[in-house]
Design a protein around this ligand. Sequence first.
Ligand code: HEM
Length: 512
Amino acid sequence: MAALSFSGSLANAMLQFDLTAVWAFTTFLIFVVLTRVLYTAYCTPLSRVPGPWYAPFTNIPLKIAVLGGRRAFHVHNLHSRYGSVVRISPNELAICDTEGFNKIHAGRQGFPKNSWYQRITGDSILAIFTMRDPKVHAERRRILSKGFSKSSLRSSWEGEIRDMVNIAIDGMHQDALHDPTRAVDVSKWFTLLATDIAGRVMFGDSFGMLQAGKKTEYCELVEKATLASALREEIPFIRILAACLPIKLFKDVTASIPLMNEYGRRAVVNTRAALTLYSKQMTIFSGMVVGQEKEPGSLTDADIATEARNLTIAASDTTATALTYFVWDVIRRPQLQAALERELSTLQGEELTDEVLEHLPLFNATFLEVLRLHGSAASSLPRDVPNGGAVFDGFAVPEGTIVHTQAYTMHRRPEVWGVDADEFKIERWLNESGTSIRTGIEHSTYSPFGTGVRACIGIHLAWMEMRHAGAAFLLRCAQAQIAPEMHEDEMDMEDYFTMKPKGRRCMVSLSG
Ligand code: HEM
């Protein structure tokens, strides 16, 4: 009996000890976390930077804005309230003044990209988009630039691009024939066009979507895989949910891997085929690998597969969205539409090449204004403050802080663009007689394609597609109008890493 009560009280004592230990450990943990939060909030130089009350403690409101597709607008509002340097989370600042923007992006190297880029692509092999080391990036950029130069694109790809543009416009007319108001979703056709062009240029095969009039399984899976990686980056606990729950989006990521590998192989085979014979299936990489296998930094098969996939993603939605907003912004202004149709008609009889189109003042000014207000990559570009820290508007910012700039705000600053910065005005781009594009102060922070060493490598391809598709639309869909079923707010922008119209469609009635 005595022995029993002894062992009972021993068990009690041990339980009590256990509870005390757990309690002490939990208290210690809370203390450590709180000290860290308070230290980051109040004791680093960032504590002097203005911003909302919660930003020093948490990034939750920012994450909520990201998940709701409102990041750029959330940050834009914070700039309006707190100024050009704003603390948006414990370790992140948003910057929108000219000097700060140039400090981050211009110069020989610019600040390094944050590791966010690699995390959202989910790639283990680095590509031009994700590389952070300036030397490694410069080498890759040197190699890829050859294929993406204006002259190389014009000599190797322009004819095919023009043909594909015409198939897209034929498709629009076909769709319109089957609709009582002759309405067609131009956003759908521009997406098929931009993705098929990217597939042809990067993989050597178009995805055949223009012919089919709809997206292929590959494209849908890649889109979902990209979204899933981005979601996993924003809400880390989703990884655990994704691993245990049968959520379709995340299962699709697994399903997409063999298909992505298959396309990667295709890019490699088609690239290498062009080494031995002139192949119709050559890719943009073909010229880059000819005779260069032994050069330092030359592309391996794995590099070609990864670049092909990343470049296709970078090239598709961005260009399609720019074209969609071009049509939307133009047909809502019948006077502008008529003036553009007139300007293009002056070229009658001439071959419509990118070079010829590049010299039309009104046409190009319209694209510049569309990209200013409705740029498709106008959201945050995160960079790391390098060793030694930096100063922004008098605030000392320690190394390792993440600094963001966004074209959405840079393109709407009244100090640069005037009091009418929010208005769509083509005239701001033209000289007084309207005969050429004006250059001036606004260009230093005008950055729909980014700025500096990390600016868009596909800029000339994007412009070529936009000019050909924009001109073909204006000429072959003259007097197009907004379809009666279309609501203005469907074209409000949503920010899911790139910008897109909220309604995911743009219905236009074609006349005739
Ligand atoms: C209208 C269409 C496009 C827009 C608005 C656009 C916009 C941008 C922007 C803003 C950046 C800078 C990103 C950053 O600094 O973090 C960028 C980078 C990039 N873009 Fe584009 N882009 C477009 C089309 C394309 C096309 C057609 C391609 C491929 C053929 C492409 C490939 C890339 C790549 C690879 C980078 C990363 C470059 C580097 O880090 O060196 N983009 N783009």
